[in-house]
Write a protein that binds this ligand. Sequence first.
Ligand code: PLP
Length: 417
Amino acid sequence: MEFNTKLLHGKAVRKYADGATLPQISQVSAFQYDSAKEQDEVFHHKAAGFAYSRVANPTVAAFEQRINEMEGGNAAIACSSGMFAVTLSLLNMLCAGDEIIASGGLYGGTIDLFEDLTKFDIVTRYVEHMTPEEIEPLISERTRVIYGEVISNPSLEILDIRAVAELAHTHGLVLIVDSTTATPYLINPIRLGADVVVHSTTKYINGSGNSIGGVIIDSARFPWDFDRFTALNGYRSFGKFAYTIRLRTDIWENMGGCMAPMTAFLNVIGLETLGLRMKQICSNAEELARELSQIPGVIVNHPSLPDSPGHALAMQQLGGMGGGILTVRVGSRERAYTVIDRLRYAVRATSLGDTRTLVIHPASTLYIRSSEKQKQIAGVFDDMIRISVGIEDAADLIEDFTEAIQSTAHRTEGEKA
Ligand SMILES: *Cc1c(COP(=O)(O)O)cnc(C)c1O
């Protein structure tokens, strides 16, 4: 099955209760049983069934099965937000004293989280670029995990999953990949060697910007050394499934970051059109990047452009597509603000992966807590606009951005004269 067919007719797509074509929204907290014995069996995982929606819910399970199939994983666990998915993907396997190696160009919220984790004696070592050459010297006795993003944002570098997975596995380390900006439409990190994949479903998977959510997908392929990964020690008997089982029956359940049934339902609907939206979004982004890069005095970054840092790996790993995010540098913060204010279609809002095009000035919003050095590593500049391209018609987007940029160019020159 090709991608779009699989979204609608894959193994994980079932006939739902009462023959419904979509999973019903099980908007309940608890499930009732006819006898104490039945309830006992469900609680002991001896009989199939649901007990309490923090632990399992049919609508959430339907979403988990469908996203898991699209990523080629062994199991998926849906979370209340992308940040909770990121948090638990790590806490599920780390103990105090363990170390993470990650890129300095990660999503800002993840960098802030890694700072929080230092209070629990989980320390992150950062590289400027996620290459095996930069990562290897930072590996120590304490390192347990390498953490990267498939398409970093806003620097738009692309992770060489195959190469980094090989390095990780040579040293007995886990590779966790945040694939939010790539989605399963562009890549299945597990097929290239990643051990665990996380998504903020808030973005492209939901697709309409109507709810916050996240998901963790476990490949169940990592050969856990339980003497090194002591957090999983109590799950030895589950072998390669230790990560999933601990997550599901212990830390995720106990920390209480479950996805709401309504969110899971909206994510199932979103997932069904992921392929259509990503096709339009990627082609729009490519066209817009190409057109804007012709305008003198602006610097455009999108992995489809030959001089983008992500270009070679986008060709190799993402089927030549560069995703839906591009950045434009216009020379000054003032001009960036004016361009943003003049846009007719693009919406001035944070987030990404919406149906509509979203724009933001990252330096004055998403990165206000970062130092100059952190911004430099993250590829954030004062004159940079980030565009999350939507599904509008490319011609309208091109006209909107071209007019906004060109009209401000005149003004800037006039002011200087
Ligand atoms: C948005 C985002 C997150 C966090 O997700 P939330 O749903 O906002 O909690 C994590 N990683 C990346 C790459 C993101 O874009």
